[in-house]
Structures are given as structure tokens and as C-alpha cells.
Design a protein around this ligand. Structure first.
Ligand SMILES: *Cc1c(COP(=O)(O)O)cnc(C)c1O
Length: 419
């Protein structure tokens, strides 16, 4: 595809990397134009939960296309969005009573930040500072980048990024330092604290204890700081429960969901808020409304896909599949953990991760592209973050495909030992 005009995301075209043409997908498999079957070990960048082209989601999309494709959502509504909002209120924590639609994880975060500042402004006590956790990732738009880790991927855009307060990551043994730093920062009346619950995804699959999440939430509540949970990656079963927050008995003030919301089939996002945050915008004064929209807000076809996802969660044993995948991942990970080139083998729910080699990890680690090529030659979609390899497959993945992934990781670690 070297004559293609396409400029791909997070791709250095100057390296001449081969870009496979995918023609169809089902379950955990991608099929390419040259007849290869690729195992999707990362759920197509963390979105595909139940499997590609899930029949119920595809049928819901097809049925919706015969009725209503798209409609303005400011001042108008439609059945798929109404059903979805009610379904979400039913399945999500009871305190989250209001649903705002958007179309990507990044936008759901932008919406969350604007809701937080709007809340304080409308109460006549404006606050502007956002607290974040070190190594976080919340998306690639300007606001989402601002609340995420700074690094090579956003260095050029620094002049556009706003200043935030950063709390150190609660690494093992350092938890109290994190809590103390958060407590101190909360005394200065920031607007909100945004956090990826239990595991920082793009930051390197960094896991921290539920107890720390619960403590961080309690500190924010004590100081009247809005607690935003970004569950764009962790939501929909990824960490073993519907939400990662559940494992810490945490209910946020604002919750961001996207990736698995439609089962990963089509783009859609929601930002859920408590009644207090909604009420701060409720008035007869039009200047206090929530000033946010995008053209495709609550697109009916995307909402129909999300309704099918909710039906799958209600009617199929998704929790069991998630638990079972966790067990199958951990067994294979344990078998790898003794390998000399493997460090920090860890897992949570359906996610397993490890570092390969002795080098300090960085996104531009020379190892990353080599490993990407190594896995691609073995018909596996595994996309390391620097020298961090992680496995995050669709919940339907079979044992043979998992075996192929872990055999390749073992082979890669042996290959590293030799080179
Ligand atoms: C992927 C991700 C986002 C951004 O979602 P997009 O749909 O890619 O914009 C935000 N937060 C977290 C935690 C993510 O993993």
C-alpha cells in the first residue's frame, strides 16, 4: 500500500513499515488481503470486547440503518439514545444520574473537564486547576494531552498545553507519598482530579492497588475536589469487573466511557455525571447551559450498537468469560515469568503485561518496532509500548490463539537473550 495517500496515526511512514490491508474480521481474528489470519492480541487498540463482528451488534446496526441514520441532538432526541441512557443509568453506579454523549475517549475527557469547570463557575466560585496522576494518558486532543503525561509524543505541542498539578504514581512502597501529595494539592482548591482507575494504560500498563484508588477518592471527597474516573480503557470488563472503580467501591463524580461502549464496533462515548454537577448547569439562564456538542453526538447507529452491547452484558455470561480469560492469561504469564529476559510480569482482569530485556523503557525504545515486526511475522497483532509487551485480547479468544501469542512472546525473549 505504498502508493496510498493515507497518513496513518502513530506511524512513521519514513521507516517503510509494511501496512497490512485487512478485509474482514471475526472473533479474535483479522483476515488480510494476502490471505493471512492475524490473531488480534490487543483488541484492535483496546476497543473490541466481545469479539469482532459480533452478530448481535452487527444486526442492531443493520436494523438501525433502516430507520434513522443521524439527527441533530441539541433539542432533539431519538429512541436508541433514550434506551441507551436508561440502560446505562441502570447498570452504572446509582449516583451517576446524567449521561452526556460524545464520540471518542478524548472527547469524553474534554467534556468531563468542561463539566468540572462549569460546575465551579456556575456556583460562583470559579476554579481552574486540574490534578493528574503521573504517567497518565487521557487522549490526544489538546485538553486531553494537557492532563496526560508529557513526552516525545506531545513535546512539539507544549505551547498549547495548559498547566496541571501532577501527583506521583503510587508505585509499590510509594503509596503514602502519592496520597500525601494529593492531600497537599487538594488544599489549594483545584477544580478536579482525573485518574485512570487501577491501571494506567498507555503509560505502560502500570497497575496500582484498589486501596490507593479508594484513598484518593476519599481525599478528593474530603476537600470537595471533583473526582473524574477515566474508564475509557478499563470499562466494560477489562479489569475483571464492569468498571475498575467497583473493585475499590469507588463512585466518581464524573465517569468517562468509550472504547468498549459499542463492543468496539463503532465510535461512541459518554460522560456520566452526578445530579449535583448537572444541577449546577440547570437554570432558566441560557448562559449557564453546558456549552458542548459535536456534529455526531449520540449518533443513532452508534447508540443502537451500544444498546446491543448492553443486552449482551445483561443476557450473556460476560463476567464469566472475563474471569475465565483472566485465569487463562495468568496461567500462561506465570509460565513465562521465570524467563531471564522477562521482568515485571503482572496482570489485572483480562490484561497481562511484562517488560522484555534489561533496557530502561521508553516509547522510542529501539526494541518496540523490532518487536512489532517480530510479532507481525508470526501473524500476531501485538503492539508493544516501548519494551512493555501486553496482551489484551477480545474476551472470546480461544486457547490456541492465546498459546500462539505466549509462544511468540517466549520466542521473542529467547531471541533477545541471544541478540
Ligand atoms: C484510549 C484512551 C483515551 C482516548 O480515547 P480515544 O477514543 O482514542 O480518543 C482516553 N483515556 C484512556 C484511559 C484511554 O485508554
Amino acid at each position: 500500500m505504498s502508493d496510498s495517500p493515507i497518513w496513518h496515526p502513530f506511524t512513521q511512514h519514513g521507516l517503510g513499515e509494511e501496512i497490512p490491508l485487512v478485509t474482514r474480521a471475526e472473533g479474535a481474528a483479522l483476515h488480510t488481503s494476502d490471505g493471512r489470519r492475524i490473531v488480534d492480541g490487543i483488541s484492535s487498540w483496546w476497543v473490541t470486547t466481545h469479539g469482532h463482528c459480533h452478530p448481535r451488534i452487527m444486526a442492531a446496526i443493520a436494523a438501525q440503518t433502516e430507520k434513522l441514520d443521524q439527527i441533530i441532538f441539541a433539542g432533539w432526541t431519538h429512541e436508541p439514545a433514550e434506551t441507551l441512557a436508561r440502560g446505562l443509568v441502570e447498570i452504572m453506579p446509582a449516583a451517576l444520574t446524567r449521561i452526556f454523549f460524545s464520540d471518542s475517549g478524548s472527547t469524553s475527557v474534554e467534556v468531563a473537564l468542561k463539566m468540572a469547570l462549569g460546575y465551579w463557575a456556575n456556583r460562583g466560585a470559579p476554579r481552574g486547576r486540574i490534578l493528574v496522576l503521573q504517567h497518565s494518558y487521557h487522549g490526544d486532543t489538546i485538553g486531553a494531552m494537557s492532563v496526560g503525561a508529557r513526552g516525545v509524543f506531545n513535546q512539539a505541542y507544549t505551547p498549547l498545553l495548559f498547566d496541571v498539578g501532577t501527583v506521583p504514581f503510587p508505585a509499590a512502597g510509594q503509596e503514602q507519598a502519592t496520597l500525601d501529595a494529593l492531600e497537599a494539592a487538594c488544599r489549594e482548591h483545584p477544580a478536579a482530579f482525573i485518574v485512570e482507575p487501577l491501571i494506567l494504560g498507555a503509560g505502560g500498563m502500570l497497575i496500582y492497588p484498589a486501596r490507593v484508588l479508594a484513598e484518593m477518592r476519599a481525599i478528593c471527597a474530603r476537600h470537595d475536589v471533583i473526582f473524574i474516573a477515566d474508564e475509557v480503557m478499563t470499562g466494560w470488563g477489562r479489569t475483571g469487573t464492569l468498571l475498575a472503580c467497583e473493585q475499590a467501591d469507588v463512585v466518581p463524580d464524573i465517569l468517562c466511557l468509550s472504547k468498549g461502549l459499542t463492543g468496539g464496533a463503532v465510535p461512541l462515548a459518554v460522560t456520566l455525571a452526578t445530579e449535583a454537577i448537572y444541577a449546577a448547569h440547570l437554570s432558566t439562564d441560557r448562559a449557564r447551559m453546558f456549552f458542548h456538542s459535536s456534529s455526531y453526538t449520540a449518533n443513532p447507529i452508534a447508540c443502537a450498537a451500544a444498546n446491543a452491547n448492553l443486552a449482551i452484558w445483561r443476557e450473556e455470561p460476560v463476567q464469566e468469560r472475563v474471569a475465565d480469560l483472566g485465569v487463562r492469561q495468568r496461567g500462561r504469564l506465570a509460565a513465562l515469568a521465570g524467563h531471564p529476559a522477562v521482568r515485571n510480569a503482572r496482570s489485572i482482569g483480562t490484561i497481562a503485561a511484562l517488560e522484555l530485556g534489561s533496557g530502561e523503557g521508553s516509547y522510542l525504545s529501539q526494541l518496540g518496532p523490532k518487536l512489532l515486526g517480530f510479532f507481525r511475522e508470526r501473524d500476531l497483532l501485538i503492539r508493544p509500548l516501548g519494551n512493555t509487551i501486553y496482551v489484551m485480547p477480545p474476551y472470546c479468544i480461544g486457547d490456541d490463539d492465546l498459546d500462539a501469542i505466549y509462544a511468540a512472546i517466549a520466542e521473542a525473549s529467547s531471541w533477545l537473550e541471544m541478540s
